[in-house]
Design a protein around this ligand. Structure first.
Ligand SMILES: [Zn+2]
Length: 207
């Protein structure tokens, strides 16, 4: 597994999936955005940037330019991780606004506009207004991430934000289950590992 293998989307919130873009699925840490190409792949998997735009960036970028943007994306990610770690487990209040200033500064650079287009939903006919964005430079690749993080802090109940209970797992998720009892990033990864450990523990005790 490397950063070309599918990224992890278990956070149930894009803001957390961005933090989960560095993780240790088996025993070696993988950073899906360790370089420019990784960033493009992650953005495509996250559905944040149209494929044609990514392709154009790939072709037009100067050598090293996208790697530099990936550096900035990782800085943004680790800054946001500190924020989420500090505030998770209880509702976010307006007191946090000061800390979020760097994020406001990022998204104010966004050049969004709307376009009248054919309705995309299969059932509907007619027209719809689609949100668009001007992609003037590779730096613009950070803007949909910034928007996702901003949306996350404005819409997610931080009481539901949890860290996976897997002993070596770093993955974060929003617990949207009805009973709020989600403990694992996924059953396939940490859930099963914990079940097997509990089983071994029980067997040892009964021997
Ligand atoms: Zn886990």
């Amino acid at each position: 597994m490397d950063n070309r293998s599918p990224a992890i989307f278990v956070g149930d919130a894009l803001g957390l999936d961005f933090l989960n873009s560095v993780a240790t699925p088996v025993d070696t840490p993988i950073d899906w955005i360790e370089n420019g190409e990784g960033l493009l792949c992650w953005l495509e998997q996250a559905g944040l940037v149209p494929r044609e735009t990514l392709e154009a960036m790939r072709v037009q970028a100067l050598p090293g330019e996208l790697d530099k943007i990936a550096d900035q994306a990782r800085n943004l990610r680790e800054w946001f991780r500190i924020f989420v770690r500090e505030h998770k487990g209880r509702p976010l209040t307006a007191d946090a606004l000061g800390e979020l200033e760097p994020l406001n500064r990022l998204i104010e650079r966004d050049e969004g506009y709307s376009r009248i287009a054919p309705r995309q939903a299969e059932t509907g006919e007619g027209l719809e207004l689609q949100p668009m964005r001007k992609w003037r430079s590779p730096e613009a690749l950070l803007l949909p991430i910034g928007e996702a993080l901003a949306r996350f802090v404005c819409t997610e109940d931080f009481s539901d934000v949890r860290a996976c209970e897997g002993s070596t797992c770093t993955l974060l998720f929003a617990d949207h289950t009805r009973g709020h009892r989600r403990r694992w990033c996924s059953m396939a990864m940490c859930g099963n590992r914990a079940k097997q450990a509990a089983h071994r523990h029980r067997r040892k005790r009964s021997n």
